[in-house]
Design a protein around this ligand. Structure first.
Ligand SMILES: Cc1cc2nc3c(=O)[nH]c(=O)nc-3n(C[C@H](O)[C@H](O)[C@H](O)COP(=O)(O)OP(=O)(O)OC[C@H]3O[C@@H](n4cnc5c(N)ncnc54)[C@H](O)[C@@H]3O)c2cc1C
Length: 409
């Protein structure tokens, strides 16, 4: 392992902005590389977007093995190794594996976002990482000795040897690194979801049912407890105002969704009616290409550098892969800019390919009538090939492996 001490003889220290997915994983991986870090999270502890869930792909599970944290995801979620597709008319279009299967049979899992955040953060804290809450990054600058000073909204400052922006799709760090950096791109579907109770659905746990409804996309999976976890993507051509979405009441959302799925041959309306609690929707974004990921001792990783549409099912896994690959580079190149350059060489092509794949899938959810007919004709052919194992076209996404011990060239 390289010497991780500065010329002053102390350990290198990283300031990590964001305690979502990439932030805590980066802290744990850096610790393993002999680099100290502190996580600065804008929100207070526990404010973790409780309403949503995500599917965690097998490559993300495998990446967590580099820091011995792969047990955290199965402990919080349930296996969802299959996806089946149908059209709004009830036509079965096919069934495919939902992500890959690791050599030890581990498969993708579905879990609540808040639980993933909490599990990763708690594990980082358990391993001795310091997390400071209520620290919203406002500004940062490099210091003459090559380090970094940050300023937070509460008026406090922090200094370190490098800064890792793991602050999500609307990253402040991205803009500090490059004031001309791209903004997130609106994807023309909304997102909303929930957890339905006491509804009888003829579906076994483990299969995500995806429905290309006549007017909107609907997905659901039965949790082993019997609860039905669902999401919907109402198409929406123009980007909605944040205030407009925030002003919609649960009853307005319910009415909108029931209107969209009424007449489709799916249990969507029954599931939506059986969902207690509040419903709230949000707009969907991705970030196709951010030309500048790093400047001096500052870098962005995870969604801050390359957010993908939710439909790729890869955002959290990519954030984890990023964090671990970056820690390997910093371990093997004590010169931070060299480490950042090596990191970008290892990551850029893969993540941009995934973002492009996610955008294609999202567009198919908002297909017009002619595209819908073509999709319903072609999809069974593709899905049949994929299901038979003859189609390895997505292997590049799921078979990605990180060897922690291998030295970065
Ligand atoms: C509706 C939806 C569904 C999704 N479904 C999936 C899925 O099925 N599978 C999948 O893999 N991914 C999915 N994703 C994507 C996934 O959630 C993200 O890719 C992943 O969370 C990225 O992790 P991150 O750590 O880079 O960013 P985030 O998880 O966004 O974390 C960023 C953190 O930084 C903090 N922060 C932000 N600004 C500042 C600041 N200025 N100062 C300090 N802290 C700050 C935030 O509070 C947050 O805690 C989905 C996303 C959405 C929106």
């Amino acid at each position: 392992m390289s010497d991780q001490h500065t010329s002053a003889g102390r350990s290198r220290k990283a300031l990590i902005i964001g305690g979502g997915v990439a932030g805590p994983v980066a802290a744990m991986a850096l610790q393993r590389a002999g680099i100290d870090s502190v996580i600065y999270e804008a929100y207070s502890s526990g404010a973790d977007g409780a309403g949503t869930f995500l599917t965690f792909a097998s490559n993300g599970l495998d990446a967590l093995r580099a820091i011995d944290a792969e047990h955290l995801v199965p402990a919080e979620g349930f296996p969802t190794p299959r996806m089946s597709f149908q059209s709004g008319t009830g036509k079965h279009l096919g069934e495919v594996p939902n992500g890959g299967t690791l050599p030890d049979s581990a498969v993708s899992h579905t879990l609540k976002r808040a639980n993933l955040y909490r599990a990763l953060r708690d594990e980082a804290i358990r391993r001795g990482v310091r997390v400071e809450y209520g620290k919203r990054l406002l500004d940062a600058e490099t210091t003459p000795d090559g380090g970094v000073t940050t300023r937070f909204e509460d008026g406090t400052e922090a200094t370190g040897d490098l800064l890792i922006g793991a602050d999500g799709i609307h990253s402040r760090t991205r803009r500090i690194i490059d004031p001309k950096a791209s903004e997130a791109r609106y994807i023309p579907v909304l997102n909303i979801g929930g957890y339905a109770r006491n509804v009888r659905i003829p579906a076994e746990p483990g299969t995500f049912r995806m429905v290309f409804g006549k007017r909107a996309f609907f997905g659901y999976a039965v949790h082993p407890s019997g609860e039905v976890w669902w999401f919907a993507n109402p198409p929406r051509a123009g980007e909605p105002d944040r205030a407009e979405l925030a002003a919609m009441t649960t009853e307005q959302w319910r009415e909108l969704l029931i209107g969209l799925f009424d007449g489709d041959d799916t249990p969507a309306t029954e599931i939506i009616r059986a969902t207690p609690g509040e419903l709230a929707g949000w707009a969907t974004y991705d970030l196709p290409s951010v030309p500048t990921w790093h400047r001096g001792s500052m870098i962005v990783i995870g969604d801050a550098a390359h957010a993908t549409a939710p439909s790729s099912g890869q955002g959290a896994s990519m954030a984890i892969e990023d964090a671990i690959v970056l820690a390997r580079c910093l371990r093997d190149f004590p010169n931070t800019p060299q480490a950042f350059a090596a990191y970008e060489r290892l990551r850029r092509e893969r993540v941009e390919r995934i973002v492009a794949a996610g955008a294609r899938t999202s567009n198919s959810k908002a297909a017009g009538p002619i595209a819908r007919i073509l999709r319903d004709l072609m999809m069974p052919v593709f899905l049949k090939r994929a299901a038979s194992g003859g189609d390895r076209s997505m292997a590049w996404m799921h078979d990605y492996r990180i060897d922690w011990d291998e030295k970065v060239a």
